[in-house]
Design a protein around this ligand. Structure first.
Ligand SMILES: Cc1cc2nc3c(=O)[nH]c(=O)nc-3n(C[C@H](O)[C@H](O)[C@H](O)COP(=O)(O)OP(=O)(O)OC[C@H]3O[C@@H](n4cnc5c(N)ncnc54)[C@H](O)[C@@H]3O)c2cc1C
Ligand code: SF4
Ligand code: SF4
Ligand code: SF4
Length: 348
């Protein structure tokens, strides 16, 4: 059956406008595979996996796959509709913003100034959201994703801090939008932020329920099997690891008894192909971006972009929840340009 562009199929909030196929006589999964996965563009944001009613998954190699697609793909088109890298229009630069500043939470400890955490909890205190999606980890630093509904959960779980390992955030966000009463806040890398915006364009339930999107500055992330093997080879003992960081071109693993440090360029061989084709450093589509570069140690650079982001930032200041610091725009130039150069790796 030939699909017409913009035809709607599905039930109520999960219906999707069917796009034109690029490979006309193939299933939509085969289109996604040919245009995004086989071309090495896939960022592993998992936007497609989060809404596929068939069986899209992440396989043992940590790659998006659909083993039984011939039988089980419903050919609904949702995956290509929401994939930020199908018809990829790379975004880069600093993006639009209302305020460029820095913050240090007075309530929470985090990777830098814990503003990722502070934005979610202040939005909760304001009554804007009733849950936030955070990345948790086990003792071997494998990631899992957690729905946080109260501050007491932070005391029990290592939810703040950066894990340089992919995390399955968007499938959890899909669950969260169906359970939340007030709304959900999510923190994620720029590729995930773009995925959330695509979901919001496509599905009213995401538009209505995802109230706050906090983006993290990001140059790269890694597959667990590869980065853990590398780190163990460098002498990192995961049972003693308390923090991972990338500072001035060096990967730093801080353990309870020692520190392992090496040039992050040493990880180039395991840089995922989707990251090597990613140009967005600052998460230009977020409500507020937070990052390490651009402010003093112990602060998070805070780029407030939308009215929602500003409402929460104003609340944080009004309640005295954070120390306000100085954000230095020019300190982002190097990494913004470094990522823009990755455009040359994109062949559409
Ligand atoms: C993969 C990755 C690469 C980064 N690269 C850079 C960089 O090159 N330059 C720079 O300035 N900043 C980078 N950051 C951001 C930086 O490390 C801090 O996350 C940011 O400054 C916020 O710190 P915070 O103290 O405000 O956040 P916190 O309050 O500590 O909160 C951290 C948030 O990050 C989330 N998180 C942790 N790990 C992951 C993950 N793997 N995927 C998605 N979310 C996660 C947690 O759920 C939490 O919400 C990167 C972050 C990640 C996750
Ligand atoms: S079932 Fe729909 S979303 Fe899943 S792979 Fe097939 S076309 Fe894509
Ligand atoms: S880029 Fe994201 S949405 Fe597109 S195929 Fe990869 S994981 Fe799925
Ligand atoms: S560099 Fe960061 S934002 Fe870009 S694809 Fe990789 S994890 Fe996603």
């Amino acid at each position: 059956m030939k699909m017409a562009a913009e035809t709607k199929v599905g039930e109520a909030e999960w219906e999707v406008k069917i796009p034109e196929k690029k490979l006309k006589d193939r299933l939509f999964f085969e289109n996604l595979k040919a245009m995004v996965i086989d071309t090495q563009l896939c960022s592993r944001c998992l936007t497609c996996v989060s809404i596929c009613p068939g069986g899209l998954l992440v396989n043992e190699e940590d790659v998006v796959d659909f083993p039984d697609f011939e039988d089980k793909c419903l050919d609904c088109g949702a995956c290509v509709r929401v994939c930020p890298r199908y018809d990829y229009k790379p975004k880069s630069g600093l993006g639009d913003y209302i305020e460029f500043t820095a913050g240090q939470s007075k309530r929470f400890k985090g990777q830098d100034g814990a503003m990722g955490t502070e934005f979610i909890f202040s939005a909760m205190d304001m009554g804007l959201i009733d849950r936030g999606i955070f990345v948790d980890r086990d003792e071997q630093w494998r990631t899992s994703v957690f729905h946080v509904r109260g501050k007491e959960q932070l005391e029990k779980l290592p939810l703040g801090g950066t894990k340089y390992v992919f995390a399955d955030i968007l499938p959890e966000l899909k669950k969260a939008v169906t359970f939340t009463k007030k709304g959900v806040g999510v923190v994620g890398t720029p590729c995930m932020v773009s995925g959330v915006r695509k979901l919001q364009e496509e599905f009213p339930i995401f538009k209505e329920k995802v109230k706050l999107v906090v983006g993290l500055f990001c140059t790269e992330n890694y597959h667990y099997a590869e980065v853990s093997k590398y780190l163990i080879g460098k002498g990192v003992d995961f049972s003693k690891l308390i923090k991972t960081d990338i500072i001035k071109g060096k990967f730093v693993a801080t353990m309870t008894d020692k520190e392992v440090k090496f040039k992050v360029a040493k990880l180039d061989d395991i840089l995922p192909s989707g990251c090597s084709r990613c140009t967005d450093f600052t998460a230009v589509e977020s409500d507020v971006s937070v990052g390490s570069v651009g402010s003093a140690a112990g602060f998070s650079t805070t780029v407030v972009r939308t009215e929602t982001g500003k409402e929460v930032w104003d609340y944080i200041k009004k309640m005295g929840n954070a120390e306000v610091g100085e954000g230095k725009v020019e300190e982002l130039d190097f990494l913004i340009n470094h990522k823009k150069e990755r455009e040359k790796n994109i062949q559409l």
